[in-house]
Write a protein that binds this ligand. Structure first.
Ligand SMILES: Cc1cc2nc3c(=O)[nH]c(=O)nc-3n(C[C@H](O)[C@H](O)[C@H](O)COP(=O)(O)OP(=O)(O)OC[C@H]3O[C@@H](n4cnc5c(N)ncnc54)[C@H](O)[C@@H]3O)c2cc1C
Length: 432
């Protein structure tokens, strides 16, 4: 395949009339942030996730640039991943947590299109992505681009994350799971005391208080693999217990066996631990597997040994990848310091948008591109929802926990409204 060259056409007034083509892979926190902040900049507005204006300070308005943004996602909508523990415990919340792209006002713009498909391959040299459509016919198509932002996150297993790719199918998946746990007479065991296991156990207990929920962890402390101070780990244990969840620490699951009552009518599972302890449960939720970056469509040269994208501080691909300067990666799929968080993904989306915009202005050859945004080292920080309360650890403020922390970090819907508003997804800003 030959190299794709963008022909820039300048009209009599000096405006660029041939749009730059930007491909965003993944329409979640990172991808939507990149797409919408870029849209702002290209429409000569302050980027929505950037710092607000300082009183009295005159900032240069970004230069208007024609752009066409294509967002490809395997799902048919934005799924509020953080809300998964609640979406898989409450049917009404499940309805709220997945919004089809066509129902997001901010994406209603003639120069933004969404494609429901899976990116299979990216040729960074020719700047062509191969996409297989999801739903309907599995047709393959190719998308040419000038700049690419990858925000495809991590592959996570069921039931940590729903596996459905359409909203309708997801609602069935969630509802079946919720009904199965509601009927669990012997209770539910959640295996894995990391952030995901803690949140899943606590949300289940919150929504179905009659249920016995046991959180099982192989180590002596919750959040044992996170680079957090012991105080944060201890605080999470206090909150989990307060939420009414039974906790078994230092219990490593060996195997589960199906068990049937004497009259054969009652089936459940017996969990055997390596320390000899056993317990019964009707449902076992495994929240222990290590997620894998969704990066198989990228050239191996761009990835580290674990499949994370080796970004530079400006979020661009490594310089030894063909056209590395025109390819960016953000969010969970990148190799960078810090605990993977949605706030980090949205922040990187803003930086990537800024830096793509900057490349465009440089390409056109007229100044005013603004500063390049570079990531600094991100220290460990976390906000963890545990039932009605939350625990947070921030390097500047240390550990905090309580209902006020829940309100500040998650509001009353596990952060859905906070993320929705931060990305201004409810606002359509079509410029005539
Ligand atoms: C259960 C759970 C609870 C969490 N709780 C919190 C929390 O309380 N606070 C917090 O800050 N973070 C939390 N996180 C982490 C947070 O969800 C992630 O950091 C965040 O989702 C990262 O955003 P992203 O845009 O990088 O990736 P994702 O949100 O994973 O989005 C990736 C998108 O890419 C799409 N995609 C993947 N591969 C392809 C492909 N080949 N082609 C097309 N599309 C593709 C996916 O469908 C998806 O929509 C939690 C995570 C989980 C699983």
């Amino acid at each position: 395949m030959g190299s794709f060259v963008h022909n820039i056409v300048v009209d009599g007034t000096g405006n660029i009339t041939t749009p730059f083509r930007v491909l965003v892979i993944g329409g979640s926190y990172g991808g939507l942030s990149a797409a919408l902040n870029l849209q702002d900049l290209c429409q000569s507005r302050a980027p929505r996730c950037g710092p607000g204006p300082v009183e009295g300070q005159q900032l240069d308005k970004p230069r208007e640039i024609a752009v066409e943004i294509t967002i490809v996602d395997e799902r048919d909508g934005f799924y509020h991943l953080i809300g998964s523990p609640l979406a898989l415990a409450s049917e009404s919340y499940a309805e709220k947590a997945w919004v089809k792209f066509e129902d997001i006002p901010a994406l209603r713009s003639p120069n933004i299109r969404t494609v429901h498909g899976s990116v299979q391959y990216v040729d960074t040299e020719s700047k062509i992505a191969t996409v297989v459509a999801n739903g309907g016919d599995p047709t393959t198509s190719q998308i040419q681009y000038d700049y690419l932002v990858a925000s495809a996150g991590l592959r996570r297993v069921w039931p940590v994350v729903p596996q459905s790719l359409r909203r309708k199918q997801y609602l069935f998946e969630a509802s079946e799971h919720i009904r199965a746990s509601a009927n669990a007479r012997h209770g539910v065991a959640v295996v894995g005391g990391g952030a995901v296991g803690i949140e899943m156990a606590a949300e289940l207990k919150l929504v179905q208080p009659q249920l016995t929920v046991t959180l099982v962890h192989s180590r002596s402390q919750l959040l044992s693999s996170e680079p957090l101070p012991a105080e944060a780990k201890d605080a999470s244990l206090v909150l989990v217990r307060e939420a009414g969840v039974d906790v078994l620490l230092s219990h490593r699951l060996d195997r589960t066996e199906e068990e049937t009552s004497d009259n054969g009518s009652d089936k459940c599972l017996r969990l055997h631990f390596t320390n000899g302890h056993t317990m019964l449960a009707d449902q076992v939720i495994m929240a222990i597997s290590r997620p894998i970056p969704s990066s198989s469509f990228l050239p191996a040269q761009a990835l580290d040994k674990d499949g994370y994208v080796r970004i530079r501080p400006d979020l661009a691909f490594p310089a030894d990848v063909a056209n590395g300067d025109d390819h960016f990666a953000i969010g969970d799929m990148v190799s960078w310091s810090g605990i993977k968080r949605c706030g980090g993904a949205m922040h990187m989306g803003y930086f990537a948008a800024n830096n793509v915009y900057r490349r465009m202005v440089q390409r056109i050859g007229r100044g005013g591109e603004g500063d390049v945004k570079e990531l600094k080292e991100i220290p460990p920080m976390i906000g963890l929802a545990v039932g009605k309360k939350a625990m947070s650890y921030w390097p500047q403020t240390g550990v905090a926990m309580g209902e006020d922390v829940m309100e500040a970090f998650f509001g009353n819907d596990l952060g859905f409204t906070i993320c929705w508003n931060h990305l201004q997804l409810g606002e359509s800003r079509v410029v005539a």
